[in-house]
Design a protein around this ligand. Structure first.
Ligand code: AMP
Length: 283
């Protein structure tokens, strides 16, 4: 695996690869890698000739200074995992390389920048759109791979890509979970054993919530699932919503022939976790 910390030598290598007509699959991450990230590298390798992963804890997408400071950083372990996953290139830029002396457009994200994550983390998606724009501008990937755990983020990235006129194809990949059902996240490493045991209840409640819709109204099901989530020790709920997976508009009356998803953001102690599940119509 080639490791680049600076833009110019990376671009020289990318030029060499482009000249050979090779397709480039890009996986942006903030490091503290786990199997969720590695699944994206594996999927990218089935789509593209060359895989390039970035590790960059992007300060502009954190609206909470403590969250940024406490974000886990494990670069050596990450490098080992990416080597094992046969990633071809790792790009680890510094904040200066990404943001000094460059002008990055701002993007009109509309409704996506008002709801759910955006409502609870003001400025977060402006930072995400900005950093992904910068990476796409440097790398010009053929395809880029994102996890559906950050479902709204994938929609934001698609919108930014369209507005900016990049030709990069955005591929949404499945959520990788632990055996317990807990969605893998770099933030899980910040949970104590006891908190982790509590966090493991989240996915079971989401799955029950979707099943419950067969017999229970959305309104009642929201009450039931909210009560379950609030019963988790040291939990605090940011949001719990049933929504249309295509638009993220809330669903208030569900019909069995409609796709529906449930999205949640919940604090366990100081650690904020997100998760979601989709239910497709039968038949
Ligand atoms: P992060 O390092 O948290 O910014 O995540 C980098 C990429 O990995 C994003 O596209 C995430 O959606 C994706 N990702 C994180 N956790 C998972 C997971 N459990 N399953 C699949 N993809 C994930």
């Amino acid at each position: 695996m080639l490791i680049f910390k600076e833009i110019a030598p990376l671009q020289k290598e990318l030029q060499r690869l482009n000249a050979q007509g090779l397709s480039i699959g890009f996986i942006p991450t903030m490091g503290a890698l786990h199997n969720g990230h590695l699944s994206l590298v594996n999927i990218a390798a089935t789509h593209c000739n060359v895989t390039i992963c970035s590790i960059f804890v992007n300060p502009t997408q954190f609206n909470d200074k403590d969250d940024l400071e406490r974000y886990p950083r494990t670069p050596e372990h990450d490098i080992m995992l990416l080597q094992q996953a046969k990633c071809d290139i790792l790009f680890m830029p510094g904040v200066e390389d990404m943001y000094a002396n460059v002008t990055i457009p701002s993007f009109e994200l509309g409704y996506l920048n008002q709801i759910l994550e955006a409502a609870h983390r003001p400025g977060h998606f402006d930072g995400v759109a900005q950093v992904v724009y910068r990476f796409f501008d440097i790398i010009k990937p053929t395809k880029a791979f994102f996890g559906s755990k950050d479902y709204q983020q994938v929609m934001v990235v698609r919108r930014m890509t369209q507005l900016a006129g990049f030709s990069t194809e955005i591929i949404a990949c499945p959520i990788i979970r632990e055996k317990s059902g807990l969605a893998m996240s770099s933030r899980n490493s910040l949970l104590s054993e006891a908190e982790k045991a509590e966090a493991e209840k989240i996915s079971a409640y989401l799955s029950e919530a979707l099943n419950g819709l067969d017999t229970t109204s959305i309104e009642q099901q929201l009450e039931i699932t909210t009560a379950q989530l609030l019963n988790i020790h040291h939990s605090r709920l940011d949001y719990l919503v049933f929504a249309n997976p295509d638009t993220l508009e809330p669903i208030t009356h569900w019909q069995a022939n409609q796709p529906v998803m449930v999205l949640v953001a919940v604090f366990i102690g100081k650690i904020r976790l997100i998760d979601n599940m989709v239910k497709h119509p039968r038949g």
